[in-house]
Design a protein around this ligand. Structure first.
Ligand SMILES: CC(C)(COP(=O)(O)OP(=O)(O)OC[C@H]1O[C@@H](n2cnc3c(N)ncnc32)[C@H](O)[C@@H]1OP(=O)(O)O)[C@@H](O)C(=O)NCCC(=O)NCCS
Length: 275
């Protein structure tokens, strides 16, 4: 096992770091096994990054990001696994990312992590069915769409795809796929609002210090309506909001009602088509 700081590197086992930027002690890469590749953009800015290649034939890629943004993570890359962090991804504190057993974690451009986030394509240890001996918790790939915002403490688990422009609320655990441009909250995370867009300017630090309307910010390219074709199973219908404390009808509730109506319409349309 060797741990090396960020700089061009190659060893006798075929492990290598592909990088043309300045050396950085803030990035530490550990190689066990062989034929692992860390491909890091010359303009990747990181405050603190640890990449552990646990076995062989793993790939880690990190795209470019502005210095003021910065990315920080603790990454595990297992046998034949890939972790890809695309351009412009930011993290307030270290994100824990794990991929093993040949799966991929793909984090879309301009994704924003808060603090205490985890993206786990595997559970770290195997669980088996005692009757059959079959593994019940196989590692599964994760795809996080561009311009996703993962709120404080939120966790994304294996098999999940998140559509572009979506917001995951604080302390939420995403166990099922989510469509684009929604807010999803809770554990498991469910959609509570559709047709939303979020922007990066900080509420406290960026003028104007009151931002009551989108005219106060520069709109990104991620302003889209939520895809109505996205499988209705992932909308609140699958986890009825009756488990939540009841409140007077709010905008959020109206969105939930709308999402449920949408789910019903999709189901009827599908029944008509198949019936
Ligand atoms: C999700 C969030 C962005 C707000 O979204 P919102 O649409 O304004 O949310 P609302 O307050 O209207 O709540 C909508 C519903 O979701 C629920 N909800 C909101 N946030 C929730 C959360 N994190 N976990 C569980 N439920 C939550 C509300 O109780 C409400 O449910 P109800 O209508 O059944 O009562 C916000 O709640 C949040 O999590 N903020 C944290 C952001 C963060 O982590 N910032 C760190 C800096 S990057």
């Amino acid at each position: 096992m060797k741990t090396v700081p960020l700089a061009p590197y190659e060893d006798d086992e075929g492990n290598r770091i592909e990088y043309t930027g300045p050396p950085s002690e803030a990035v530490q890469i550990t190689f066990r096994g062989r034929d692992n590749v860390a491909r890091i953009h010359a303009d990747a800015h990181t405050r603190s990054l640890q990449v552990d290649f646990n076995a062989s034939n793993g790939t880690f890629e990190l795209g470019a990001n502005p210095k003021r943004r910065g990315f920080a993570a603790q990454v595990r890359v297992g046998q034949d696994a890939t972790v890809r962090v695309r351009d412009g991804v930011s993290a307030t504190a270290k994100v824990v990312i794990s991929a093993v057993e040949g799966v991929t974690v793909d984090i879309g451009e301009d994704t924003m992590f808060a603090s205490q986030n985890q993206v786990r394509a595997d559970d770290g240890h195997p669980i088996f069915d005692v009757r059959t001996g079959e593994r019940i918790n196989l590692a599964r790939s994760i795809h996080i769409g561009a311009h996703t915002w993962l709120g404080w403490g939120s966790i994304v688990l294996g098999g999940v795809e998140i559509g572009e422009g979506t917001v995951v609320g604080a302390n939420s655990i995403v166990t099922r796929s989510l469509p684009n441009n929604v807010i999803a909250v809770g554990s498991p995370a469910v959609v509570v609002r559709t047709d939303i867009a979020w922007e990066r300017p900080h509420l406290g630090l960026t003028e104007p210090f009151y931002k009551p309307h989108s005219s106060t910010v520069k709109k990104s390219k991620y302003w889209r309506r939520t895809d109505p074709e996205f499988s209705a199973d992932h909308l609140v219908e699958a986890h009825p909001p009756t488990v939540r404390p009841q409140r007077p009808v709010s905008t959020a509730r109206r969105s939930v009602t709308r999402a449920r109506r949408l789910a019903g319409r999709l189901r009827n349309a599908l029944a008509d088509r198949t019936g």
